[in-house]
Each structure stands twice: as structure tokens, then as C-alpha cells.
Write a protein that binds this ligand. Structure first.
Ligand code: FES
Length: 186
């Protein structure tokens, strides 16, 4: 009888030990996943990260540096950038093509990012068109598709304004690639 009682008590002790071990493992697992989870949440929720230049008017050039000859010129877009943990002051975040017709003060802006998969579109001066080196999409100087083209839509135009001092400001925005619609990324 005493032996049976001893066996029962030993079983109960083993079960308690097993339960405690499992509980500890779950707690440790939870702690181990917390930092990456917190980082992911912070990255998604941080408004600075989501608005790093996006949707803001960014100065990209002086009007005098955009020749009124109907030919697009490439300019870098430089702005402060913030990623999940660090802020970077005045870094290139993209590029645009600015075009001004003869005698016009109006500046047309196209993003240099290819709508197909995001490579940089280059200007082919000889053929007077844009070409993407990645998969051979081609576009007219107004950004229209030259068929056949893997790009599902024309080059993305951007809003632009010229301030009193002649500074050209572009509303910088990235768009989702690979789809027909022009949808701004957050
Ligand atoms: S990324 Fe430009 S053609 Fe594919």
C-alpha cells in the first residue's frame, strides 16, 4: 500500500515537472518571438516610415535647368529617408524625368521607375523614346507604351509645381508595379 502511495506521488511529481517544463518552453518561445514581432509592428505602424518622402512635394531642380526643348531630362529625387530603425538625411530615393516644351513654363514629370517590375527606365536619345533595360519595355517621350511591351501600363506621371523662386517641386510617389492600374504605395 505504502509502495502504491509512493508510486502515485512520484507520478504526480513527474506530471507537475512535465507541465512546468512545457510552460517554461512556451514562455521562452513567446519571449523569443516578441522582439521581431514588435519590430514588424513598429515598422508597419510608424507613420514616419510610411511617409518618408512619399506624397510630399520634393524640390528636384531649378526651372532654368530644364531646357524648353521637349526632351526629358533625368533628375534624382533626394529626400530624408526613415526606415524601421534609422533616419537618413538627404538620400536619393528615386528619379524622375522632367520635360518642358518650347516656350512653356509647364513641366511634365514621369517617374523613372518602370511600371513592369521597378527597374530604372533609360532615355534612348537616338530613337527618341524611353527603354527599360530589364525586360525591354519601351515608352514614348510622353510615357506611353510602345507595343509590344511587358509593361502593363504607361510610365507613371507625377504632380509638379514651380514655386516663385523657379524651383521645380515634384509630388514624389511610388506605385505598385506589374499591374494595369496606377495605384500609389503607402
Ligand atoms: S522592369 Fe522594366 S521591362 Fe521589366
Amino acid at each position: 500500500m505504502a509502495e502504491e502511495t509512493e508510486k502515485g506521488s512520484s507520478l504526480a511529481t513527474d506530471q507537475r515537472r512535465g507541465f512546468l517544463t512545457k510552460a517554461l518552453a512556451v514562455a521562452c518561445g513567446g519571449l523569443a518571438t516578441f522582439p521581431p514581432l514588435a519590430a514588424a509592428l513598429w515598422a508597419v505602424l510608424d507613420p514616419l516610415r510610411r511617409t518618408a518622402g512619399a506624397g510630399n512635394f520634393v524640390p528636384v531642380a531649378d526651372l532654368n535647368n530644364v531646357p524648353a526643348d521637349g526632351l526629358p531630362r533625368q533628375f534624382p529625387v533626394i529626400a530624408d529617408r526613415v526606415d524601421a530603425w534609422t533616419g537618413f538625411a538627404a538620400e536619393p530615393i528615386g528619379a524622375v524625368y522632367l520635360k518642358r516644351d518650347k516656350g512653356s513654363e509647364t513641366v511634365e514629370v514621369l517617374s523613372a521607375t518602370c511600371p513592369h517590375a521597378g527597374c530604372f527606365v533609360e532615355m534612348d536619345r537616338e530613337s527618341k523614346c524611353f527603354r527599360c533595360p530589364c525586360h525591354n519595355s519601351a515608352f514614348t517621350l510622353d510615357g506611353g507604351i510602345v507595343a509590344p511591351s511587358p509593361s502593363p501600363r504607361p510610365m507613371d506621371s507625377l504632380e509638379c509645381k514651380v514655386d516663385k523662386g523657379g524651383g521645380v517641386l515634384v509630388k514624389w510617389q511610388n506605385f505598385y508595379t506589374g499591374i494595369e492600374e496606377k495605384v500609389a504605395r503607402p
